[in-house]
Design a protein around this ligand. Structure first.
Ligand SMILES: *[C@@H]1O[C@H](CO)[C@@H](O)[C@H](O)[C@H]1NC(C)=O
Ligand SMILES: *[C@@H]1O[C@H](CO)[C@@H](O)[C@H](O)[C@H]1NC(C)=O
Ligand SMILES: *[C@@H]1O[C@H](CO)[C@@H](O)[C@H](O)[C@H]1NC(C)=O
Ligand SMILES: *[C@@H]1O[C@H](CO)[C@@H](O)[C@H](O)[C@H]1NC(C)=O
Ligand SMILES: *[C@@H]1O[C@H](CO)[C@@H](O)[C@H](O)[C@H]1NC(C)=O
Ligand SMILES: *[C@@H]1O[C@H](CO)[C@@H](O)[C@H](O)[C@H]1NC(C)=O
Ligand SMILES: *[C@@H]1O[C@H](CO)[C@@H](O)[C@H](O)[C@H]1NC(C)=O
Ligand SMILES: *[C@@H]1O[C@H](CO)[C@@H](O)[C@H](O)[C@H]1NC(C)=O
Length: 863
């Protein structure tokens, strides 16, 4: 009783929830299909107390949609699905159930539809990144994002968000540091309340359709480093930014501000590194002062109406790399001799002056210096094969781990500045645990969305390639923002190239269910009490309460669908609507933890379309349960008996073939081989297409390492199907299953039970067979009337003969399951029917070659 109270629905809820997610995904990591233990063996999954707390699945090439079932993982703190470009579809409102979430990164995918207002419920959220999707509609408010007062990061760049930003989206209760809504289609004014979030450091609203004046409240944002309002339809006076004394990057280009002289803050903010006001309606003389701002790297003032003389004399700041004055009205220029960096004066009257027109400043292409690239000149002339690269640390050739880092809003503009990028190299090698100097940076440039793109090559410390665990570690540190770049680089995202040159054997696919994991899973089983809200499981819970009260009711009884040697079988419906069958061990068949663990481990590796697959399990003291896929059409026995259902000869042949294939797989391809020990018509289930699936295997003795090929064991099985030789000698072998299968074949022929009215089907057939009877082979009184038509064919006779060979008294004279398969295939071919495969025997292994599934269109249910 006490055990029941504690351990009622003890199956692997956690695994089932993850499987519900996976049902909507393709391409999941190999370790997920090779093991039933998510908490210890699945890449990217972390658990605490048997509940999933982290899913770090960035850049995994996952495909599909995000299932509603995500909402069941209510202990989740960290959810990163970023950069799986083929992950899409709408975002489920159930994300709002994940109240523990601190990080939600769904960026760089193909999610569509609106931002669910339920995101506002994520009161612990620190990091929210939805950038680079196809999200549309208005930003939800009350309920919605305005509730996220603890969130520091709003990253919504590069979507298709529309409508005005509600004034109540922002408030002084918020603690945002990054607000990125650039590259959307937002309209209306910029909300003045933004000015009340004084924690803000980066504000990007560029590339939208904002209108109206910039609210004066912006001047309250005294910690702001980046302000980008470019490419909108803003009106009114140019905002006064003079109080923003930490500004590094400002872009107000391509708006419709009132014409004005250069704003004074541009001359006083000594922190400025990059200023852009292209097409800003500016006029008058450009003050010399701007070129002396101590940190200035870039000034873009193209397409304005600056006139007079350009004065670039005196103490021009050393960092200044680029001055763009394209298309202004500058008539003369006095430029210090030593200024050897970029200055564009094309489109100004001064370039029509014959004395000046030959100046390099009158041509766009004056940029000889390129952006930074890691130097390998110390390596001399070493060259590597095309898929390897030179490791700057040791000048050797190796297979680097490569990818692109996109910095969304760096605080600098100068891409030739060694200092920034050498700091980045040093920090990458230190933080990622690589040898100093084993980082190669190249192809550094700003993208059209104004992100800084850097190609990164990272080199292995030992040998010429990384092993899988290293690649996983480094990739996830970069993809999941664990790696913090040096100051000035700001928020980033990482896009990895696939890595294929793994060192040694793959070390990530091995599945191991540890005792610790089982303990963890056992705790997870308790989750169902909270999580399950509908279907049969819920009704079980209700009954449990009844039972606790009455002390007598069996909570499972109304859902029972069968029973086997191991225990009773119940049907249940998971919250996502998936039907499952739960098999609950009876007291006598319970095993110790180690044995149970071993069997689960083995069964979870057995995958064949003609075997019922195990999808979950639960183990706790006093309670053992197994969760299987639900096969809808009942047992072969029920189908043979039900008069309403017509199993014709061809269907029967196909059922025999499929079942034989399942058994042949167990005998010959399962590792170690498995003897079913209880083959019978009630253990062959039929799916909605009458495809057979053999059930109840493996909860029996596995074929141990015996030299004789058989093992001595207590006799087990069902009367009528039992191999007489095994019964007498207690020596079990695969041939015992062959005998039982022969009995099933006789059932298929006759529709009769193996033992009825005191008569044994094997003996009945043996006595009746008459080769001289050309119509019925002597079996007129025995063969099921439903298949009388077939009885005169050679195939029919061969089928009978094959069945009789299987039930031969002597095990050594019985065929193997494999030859049974081949025989039945031949019969089907001569019936002019496809046997379902061009190869003679079809087998599948779990976890291998999932891409080249031999049966397109036929789904292996458990992944
Ligand atoms: C993303 O979705 C759009 C339609 O919404 C589709 O056209 C495009 O092919 C998808 N991209 C990927 C990589 O799946
Ligand atoms: C501007 O900011 C101040 C102080 O942060 C705030 O009290 C005021 O309501 C804001 N004005 C508007 C129109 O939001
Ligand atoms: C401003 O608009 C022009 C022309 O549409 C475009 O080429 C330029 O990139 C824009 N500038 C910025 C800073 O967005
Ligand atoms: C420059 O432009 C301003 C205003 O547009 C004008 O007042 C001034 O006379 C111009 N200066 C020169 C030298 O053309
Ligand atoms: C130029 O700047 C340097 C340091 O920034 C300073 O030491 C020097 O006095 C300045 N010279 C002039 C002429 O302003
Ligand atoms: C250029 O500027 C320098 C320093 O301000 C000044 O001495 C010189 O006369 C100027 N040249 C012209 C042509 O204006
Ligand atoms: C510009 O001149 C400085 C010295 O005044 C020199 O150090 C630097 O390399 C030069 N840069 C380019 C791009 O020529
Ligand atoms: C993978 O490589 C790292 C570093 O070279 C090493 O420490 C680790 O033991 C390797 N792991 C495996 C499973 O080989």
């Amino acid at each position: 009783m006490v055990a029941m109270q504690q351990l009622l629905l003890l199956f692997l809820l956690l695994l089932l929830h993850l499987k519900a997610l996976m049902n909507n995904w393709r391409n999941e990591p190999e370790s997920w299909t090779g093991s039933t233990d998510p908490c210890t063996s699945w890449v990217g999954i972390s658990c605490s107390n048997g509940r999933v707390t982290e899913m770090r699945l960035a850049s995994m090439n996952l495909q599909g949609t995000l299932s509603n079932a995500i909402g069941q993982l209510s202990a989740l703190k960290y959810l990163d699905l970023s950069n799986n470009q083929n992950l899409g579809g709408p975002l489920t409102p159930n994300i709002g159930n994940l109240k523990q979430l601190t990080t939600l990164a769904l960026n760089s995918n193909n999610f569509t539809g609106g931002i669910p207002p339920t995101l506002g419920l994520l009161s612990n959220l620190f990091w929210l990144d939805m950038s680079a999707n196809q999200l549309s509609g208005q930003i939800p408010v009350s309920p919605g994002l305005n509730q996220l007062v603890n969130t520091r990061h709003f990253h919504f760049s590069e979507n298709q968000l529309t409508g005005p930003m509600s004034e109540s989206l922002f408030s002084d209760k918020m603690n945002l540091i990054h607000v990125l809504f650039d590259n959307n289609q937002l309209t209306g004014p910029i909300p003045a309340e933004l000015g009340s979030i004084t924690t803000l450091q980066i504000l990007r609203l560029d590339n939208n359709k904002f209108t109206g004046a910039v609210p004066t409240n912006i001047s309250n944002l005294v910690d702001l480093n980046v302000l980008n309002f470019a490419d909108n339809q803003l009106h009114g006076t140019m905002p006064d930014l003079s109080t923003l004394t930490k500004l590094n990057v400002v872009d107000l280009s391509n708006n419709s501000f009132d014409p004005s002289a250069i704003p004074t803050w541009m001359l006083t903010l000594e922190t400025l590194a990059s200023v852009a006001i292209a097409s800003g309606g500016l006029h008058g003389q450009i003050p010399n002062r701007i070129f002396t701002l101590p940190r200035l790297q870039q000034v873009i003032l193209s397409n304005n109406a600056f006139n007079g003389t350009l004065d670039m004399t005196g103490n021009i700041t050393q960092q200044l790399q680029q001055v763009n004055l394209l298309n202004n009205r500058i008539v003369a220029a006095n430029i210090t001799q030593s200024y050897n960096r970029t200055l564009v004066l094309v489109g100004n009257p001064v370039c029509l002056d014959p004395d000046f027109s030959s100046s390099r400043f009158c041509s766009i292409q004056q940029d000889s210096a390129t952006s930074y690239t890691t130097s390998v000149t110390h390596c001399g002339s070493t060259s590597c094969s095309s898929d390897q690269s030179l490791d700057p640390a040791n000048c050797g050739c190796a297979y680097p781990y490569m990818g692109m880092i996109f910095f969304r809003s760096p605080l600098f503009a100068d891409l030739r500045n060694n200092e920034h990028f050498q700091l980045l190299e040093a920090s990458l090698s230190t933080e990622l645990g690589l040898q100093p100097g084993s980082v190669f940076l190249s192809d550094i440039h700003f993208t059209s969305d104004n992100y800084l793109q850097v190609q990164v090559r990272l080199f292995p410390s030992i040998g010429t390639s990384f092993n899988l665990s290293e690649v996983t570690r480094i990739g996830s540190d970069l993809s999941n923002q664990n790696y913090k770049p040096p100051q000035g680089f700001g928020p980033y995202y990482f896009v990895a190239d696939p890595y294929v040159h793994f060192a040694g054997a793959a070390d990530g696919g091995k599945s191991q269910v540890s005792t610790g994991a089982i303990a963890g899973i056992a705790v997870a089983c308790g989750l169902i009490l909270i999580a399950v809200t509908s279907g049969a499981i819920f009704s079980l819970l209700q009954k449990r309460r009844t039972r606790e009260l009455s002390g007598r009711t069996n909570p499972f009884e109304n859902n029972e669908i069968g029973s086997g040697s191991y225990g009773k079988v119940y049907k249940a419906v998971l919250v996502d609507g998936t039907n499952v069958a739960i098999k609950r061990a009876e007291y006598g068949s319970k095993q110790g933890a180690v044995e149970f663990k071993n069997e689960i481990e083995l069964l979870s590796r057995v995958h064949h379309k003609n075997l019922v697959s195990l999808t979950g399990f639960c183990y706790e003291q006093g309670e053992q349960m197994l969760v299987y896929e639900y096969v809808s059409n009942g047992t072969l026995r029920q189908n043979l008996q039900a008069r309403g259902i017509y199993l014709d000869w061809k269907k029967r042949l196909r059922i025999a073939l499929g079942s034989a294939r399942g058994l042949a797989y167990l005998h010959e391809l399962a590792d170690p081989p498995i003897i079913h020990r209880d083959v019978k018509s009630t253990n062959i289930l039929l799916d909605e297409n009458f495809k057979p699936k053999v059930a109840d295997f493996g909860l029996s003795k596995l074929v141990a390492d015996t030299e004789k090929g058989h093992i001595s064991t207590q006799v087990k099985g069902t009367l009528g199907y039992l191999d007489p030789e095994y019964y007498m000698t207690q020596q079990l072998s695969e041939k015992s299953d062959v005998y039982s299968f022969g009995v099933v074949m006789l059932e298929i022929l006759s529709g009769r039970l193996p033992i009825s009215n005191g008569r044994y089907i094997v003996r009945e057939f043996r006595m009746a067979i008459n080769p001289n009877d050309h119509d019925y082979y002597g079996l007129q009184g025995i063969v099921d009337p439903a298949i009388h038509d077939a009885a005169h064919t050679a195939r029919f006779r061969r089928f009978v003969q094959l069945a009789m060979e299987c039930v031969d008294e002597s095990a050594s004279r019985r065929p193997t399951m494999n030859s049974v398969v081949k025989e039945i295939e031949t019969m089907l071919h001569s019936e002019g029917l496809s046997s379902g495969s061009s190869s003679t025997v079809e087998f599948e292994h779990v976890g291998t070659a999932s891409t080249s599934h031999p049966h397109s269109g036929e789904v292996v249910t458990a992944h």
